[in-house]
Design a protein around this ligand. Sequence first.
Ligand SMILES: [Cu+2]
Length: 419
Amino acid sequence: MILKIRKMIMAGLAGVALLISALPQTALAHGEKATEPSIRTRSVQWYDLTWSTEKVKVNDTVTLQGKFRLMSDWPDAVAKPTLVFLSTGGPSAVLTRVETYINGLPAQQSFKNMVLGRDYDFKIIMKGRIPGDWHLHPVLNVHNAGPIIGPGAWVSVEGNAADFKEPITTMTGTKIDDLENYGVARAQMWQAGYALIAVAWLIWWLRRPLLISRWRVLEKGREDLLLTRTDDKVAAGVVVLLLVVVIVGYIKIGSEFPQLVPLQGGTVYAEPLPEDSRGVAIKLKRAEYDVPGRSMRLSVEMTNNTDQPLGIGEFTTANIRFINKKLPVAVAAINPKYPKELLPGNGLVVDSSAPLAPGEKRVVMLDTTDVAWEVERLVSFLSNVDSRTGGLIFFYDPQGKRYISEVDGPILPVFKKTI
Ligand SMILES: [Cu+2]
């Protein structure tokens, strides 16, 4: 018998050990690929992202900035961006947010009534706090829809976490050397004080005979035996004590900090960036996702409304950038430090390298073939009730000026090339 139990324990331990060894040591991603493709291809398109550095010391800052377009073809199933909050994605507060801006306006609060089909720029300044390699993303939290995550790049924080400092000067001129721990001891003192009263109150009752005996007394209709005069006095004493603690505490804090600003809950409206990007009118004729070929093909009617010939430089969707490598200006627009995994090797293949002449209307085939569609889990077009796709197309004129157009429409999964 004992041998059997021992065997079972050994087997159990072995199982637990196996489970632990199979667990990943660090979680490297944080859901950037988990969001529905319809949201990632049709809601927020992030572009022009830069990270000021790949390495920061504890207390030094890294600036993440760029732009985003709120797509006109925002999915019906996703709440519209009537209330949004710009933040960052990453494992916990390993970097501290110092400043955030949307279109130059401070963005520590939420923004309201964002306009679909328009662009916004943003800037986020983060300060190194905990050493390690962290994937830093911008995130737009859309009320009722959830977080919509932008491209991430690795940022290493170096140094010693204990050196982290967050000094500030308050509106009244008080200098706080270490905001991180400011007031924590006071909060803990209050919590401990209330816990003490609560525990004492519990002990007062728990020291008596408990459940069964009390139940039997109740059964006999003698609840008068359960409460003594002393109980009444103690209860009244506790009420008075708590009232005194709360009132005295309130008066004391009020005199120590006469100027208090409540937590701010207001929202801000930001005018979108000027609408100067309607250089090319787009009509999606047909879109297909070739399942075995891992290729998205778009047949797009483009009308060049500018007075310059325009080359097709880039198709970007779901934070992946397909670059037309035959257009030097598009290749030159890429920051060499941009995360490689977001730049599929095959890039964007356009059926004709001739630029769109001024005023020309042409149907162009855009081909994006890459394993990224699978790796980034963007292929649930197959199982989606609303099989649509979208993205941004970047055009460049000979002077390098960029025009951005949205493309969106239904997409068909195919198992054999049809267009
Ligand atoms: Cu990430």
